[in-house]
Each structure stands twice: as structure tokens, then as C-alpha cells.
Design a protein around this ligand. Structure first.
Ligand code: ADP
Ligand code: TYD
Length: 210
């Protein structure tokens, strides 16, 4: 059976680096999968992404941000994620619902439970089968962001250190809420080791469904 996989982590956790390598390894393993991302992933949802992450929209209210991302997620689930799974393709998603719980729920202070309720309306029962969380100590994540200043900056990247701390603490709460789905991966190891660990777990998870 096709499985739904998401990758999560605070900014600076090495998610972008790991994802690129993981895709190569999944292709080499012969897996039939699509790669997608949030916010975005479908044409309508990508338009919402531009609004949500666009520099210049700083006056956006946190609840507006939450609702827009949840709306984009709904469209992504219906238009892309569910059809792929139904067609037998695995789905690898760069961030999904847990990012809303961590960034809007904890980071913006709306509350994890409140943001989960809104997202249940959007995704219904379409939760990932496995969520890989790249775990790095806060100081390492922040040091990596500081050392990597040349990259594209979005509206959320401009938040301060206390926002990033809240996001990280939020993830800890979310992992405790969904212990069966989350796999904590040590993000201080090399990208090679990180992606080997994730690929092994993906192959085991697929084998378990067969
Ligand atoms: P994210 O997408 O989570 O913000 P990136 O993949 O862009 O993170 O990585 C942020 C910085 O950390 C980059 O400079 C990258 O080269 C470096 N980095 C990524 N993964 C690792 C790793 N496993 N070990 C050490 N440095 C890493
Ligand atoms: P992106 O450039 O994809 O960053 P990253 O490489 O860290 O994934 O930007 C996504 C940003 O959007 C990131 O700062 C997290 C944020 N975000 C939310 O706040 N809520 C969400 O539900 C999602 C999916 C992302």
C-alpha cells in the first residue's frame, strides 16, 4: 500500500539538505513516489503560499495565517495527496499539518489544540503514516541559519529567536501527542546518515503494509 510521509523540523534543522538526498535514495530504491511541499503543492495552494510567505504581508493576523494555510492544505490534500495515494504512489511531503501546530499553534501562540481543530476540518483523516522530525539543539539550528544568510528569506524566517524557540518546544509537545507516527531523527549527524536512517524506516513501513 502507498504511504504518506512528511518531513518536519524547525528552520535550520537541515530539512532541505536531507530532502534532496532522501529523494535520490528513494529513487535509487525504485520507489514510486511523488514529492510535494507545504504551504503549496498544488496550483491554488502555491498561490496561497505566495500570500502567506510573501515579504510585505507583515500585517497578517495569526488566525488569518492559520486559516489560509489550512485552506491551502485542504486543496493540496484533495487535489494531489489523496489521488496519488489512491493511485498507489507514495507521497513525500516537505512539511504538513505539524508545521501549523508548531508555527501557528506554538510559535504564534494560538494554541496547538485550536490549530489542530481547524486542520481536522481541512484534512479529515488524511494524516501522514510517518513523520520524520529532524531534531537539532536550538543553538545548532540557529547557528546554521546565521551561517546560511545568503539563502532566500521568507516572512517567517524574519521572526526572532524566541519565535524559533517556541516552535521547537511546540514540536516536542506534538511528538508527545502522536508518538506512533513520529520518528525523531538526530539532525546533528551527517546528511548521509540521516537519510539512510529515514530510508530504512520508510522501507520497513512499506513492508509492514504489504
Ligand atoms: P532547513 O531547510 O531545515 O532550514 P538547510 O538544509 O537549508 O536547513 O540547512 C541549513 C544549514 O545547515 C546549511 O548551511 C546546510 O549546509 C547546513 N546543514 C544541513 N544539514 C546538515 C547536517 N546534517 N550537518 C551539518 N550541517 C548541515
Ligand atoms: P520554506 O522556505 O519552505 O522553509 P523550510 O526550508 O524551513 O521548510 O518556508 C516554509 C515556512 O513556512 C517555514 O518557515 C515554516 C512555515 N510554515 C508555517 O508556518 N506553517 C505551516 O503550516 C507550514 C507548512 C509552513
Amino acid at each position: 500500500m502507498a504511504i504518506f510521509i512528511s518531513l518536519e523540523g524547525p528552520d535550520g534543522s537541515g530539512k532541505t539538505t536531507a530532502l534532496a538526498l532522501l529523494i535520490e535514495k528513494m529513487e535509487a530504491a525504485g520507489l514510486d513516489f511523488i514529492k510535494t511541499r507545504e504551504p503549496g503543492g498544488s496550483p491554488i495552494s502555491e498561490k496561497v503560499r505566495d500570500i502567506v510567505l510573501g515579504i510585505g504581508n507583515e500585517e497578517m493576523d495569526p488566525r488569518t495565517e492559520t486559516l489560509l494555510i489550512a485552506g491551502a492544505r485542504r486543496q493540496h490534500v484533495v487535489e494531489k495527496i489523496r489521488p496519488a495515494l489512491e493511485a498507489g504512489q507514495h507521497v513525500l511531503c516537505d512539511r504538513f499539518v505539524d508545521s501549523s501546530l508548531a508555527y501557528q499553534g506554538a510559535g504564534r501562540g494560538i494554541g496547538i489544540k485550536e490549530v489542530l481543530d481547524i486542520n481536522l476540518f481541512a484534512i479529515e483523516d488524511t494524516f501522514p503514516d510517518k513523520t520524520y522530525y529532524l531534531d537539532v539543539p536550538a543553538e545548532i539550528g540557529l547557528a546554521r541559519i546565521a551561517a546560511n544568510k545568503g539563502r532566500e528569506v521568507n516572512r517567517l524566517d524574519k521572526e526572532d529567536v524566541s519565535f524559533h524557540d517556541k516552535v521547537q518546544q511546540g514540536y516536542e509537545e506534538i511528538i508527545a501527542m502522536f508518538p506512533d507516527r513520529f520518528v525523531r531523527v538526530d539532525g546533528t549527524r551527517s546528511p548521509e546518515e540521516i537519510t539512510d536512517t529515514i530510508l530504512m524506516d520508510i522501507l520497513d513501513t512499506i513492508a509492514d503494509t504489504e
